[in-house]
Design a protein around this ligand. Structure first.
Ligand SMILES: [Zn+2]
Length: 64
C-alpha cells in the first residue's frame, strides 16, 4: 500500500531523496528504496511534515 511520498536516506552514500512510501507487508515499516545516485539501499527517515522542514533547512544550508 502506498501512503504517499516520504524521505529516504541512502545507507551507502548518505544521499537523501524523496520516494514513494510503500508499506512493507502491511507493517508500519517502509520498503527500502533504491538510491538514485549510487544504487544502494535507502531507508525511510520519516514522512513529509516535521522532518521535511528539517531536511529543507539542511538543503538550504548546503546551497549557501
Ligand atoms: Zn546512495
Amino acid at each position: 500500500m502506498v501512503r504517499g511520498k516520504t524521505w529516504f536516506r541512502c545507507s551507502c552514500c548518505g544521499h537523501v531523496f524523496e520516494a514513494w512510501d510503500i508499506e512493507d507487508n502491511a507493517t508500519v515499516f517502509s520498503m527500502p528504496m533504491t538510491c538514485p545516485k549510487c544504487g544502494g539501499k535507502g531507508y525511510a527517515i520519516g514522512p513529509q511534515g516535521l522532518l521535511r522542514r528539517i531536511v529543507d533547512k539542511i538543503f538550504a544550508m548546503l546551497k549557501n
